[in-house]
Design a protein around this ligand. Structure first.
Ligand SMILES: O=P(O)(O)OC[C@@H](O)[C@@H](O)c1c[nH]c2ccccc12
Length: 277
């Protein structure tokens, strides 16, 4: 079994337990009472012409399958507030429990602490999780193309949009980008971490970003260590970067985000000038 299959098996078990405790109808009632979702596409600069800024999606991430424990994060709300102060456009909250040590309680705490869009980062394999995300105030969900067939990808994306949310649709190959576009994705991420082997290969981003359909916000995911990595992704077409480890391990995440944004905007300005815009 690949790592991805293994994680998904655990996610399904944990979800079955929650479904037993709180049936879908209850979750739907709560979703109807939640404040409307914020527009993450706009927050990520999707409507800007040209897209001159480099946006940062900052992740609350305690642990990962590849590296194990990264940071304790006793107070996710405090971390999220610092991210917001630093200029983050979106906060990503891992809610997967077994490998990433996240929870819906983390999502609740972050949602209550910030006024920017919040992404529920999990392995979405059932509409129940999308309703649940909305009930807990999320503005975005993650849809991993490699974990879904075309029919589910499309119907999950449609449900996400019907609930007023956006999806970060994650791809690893040109074929997955094509599938994401065909399903109607408006925010497409290239994850340079292979979810089967967990290896990071930053060169994957430049090779794939050009095949992302016009109009979609382009997100570079994983492997950002420093401003040089941000500049690399921005020079190759990233509108946003999704950063976990480098921020949770840094003692001044706000300053790090500000630095990434400045460096990224510089790289984008150079790219726009080179392309004659
Ligand atoms: O910690 P990093 O290397 O900055 O990576 C963040 C993010 O890209 C990573 O957490 C991630 C990307 N896609 C995922 C899917 C599931 C879980 C986690 C992820």
């Amino acid at each position: 079994m690949s790592v991805l299959d293994d994680i998904i098996a655990g996610v399904r078990e944990d979800m079955a337990r929650r479904q037993h405790e709180m049936p879908l109808e209850k979750v739907q009632e709560r979703a109807a009472q939640a404040a409307p979702a914020l527009d993450a596409y706009a927050a990520l600069g999707g409507n800007d012409n040209p897209r001159a800024s480099l946006r940062v999606i900052s992740e609350v991430k305690r642990s990962s399958p590849s590296k194990g424990a990264l940071a304790d994060i006793a107070d996710p709300a405090d971390l999220a507030r610092r991210y917001e102060q630093g200029g983050a456009s979106v906060i990503s909250v891992l809610t997967e429990a077994r490998r990433f040590k996240g929870s819906l309680a983390d999502l609740d705490a972050v949602r209550a602490a910030v006024s920017i869009p919040v992404l529920r980062k999990d392995f979405t394999v059932d509409p129940y999780q999308i309703w649940e995300a909305r009930a807990h105030g999320a503005d975005l969900v993650l849809l991993i193309v490699a974990a879904l067939n075309d029919e589910d990808l499309r119907s999950f994306l449609d449900l996400t949009h019907e609930l007023g949310m956006n999806a970060l649709v994650e791809a690893h190959t040109a074929e997955e980008i094509q599938r994401a576009g065909a399903a109607g994705a408006r925010i497409i991420g290239v994850n340079v971490r292979n979810l089967k082997t967990l290896d990071v290969d930053r060169s994957v981003f430049a090779a794939l970003s050009e095949s992302i359909p016009a109009g979609a916000v382009v997100v570079a995911e994983s492997g950002v260590r420093d401003a040089a990595d941000v500049a690399h992704y921005a020079a190759h077409g990233a509108n946003a970067v999704l950063v976990g480890e480098a921020l949770v391990k840094h003692n001044d995440p706000a300053a790090t985000i500000a630095e990434f944004m400045e460096t990224g905007a510089g790289a984008i300005a150079d790219r726009l000038q080179a392309s004659g815009r």
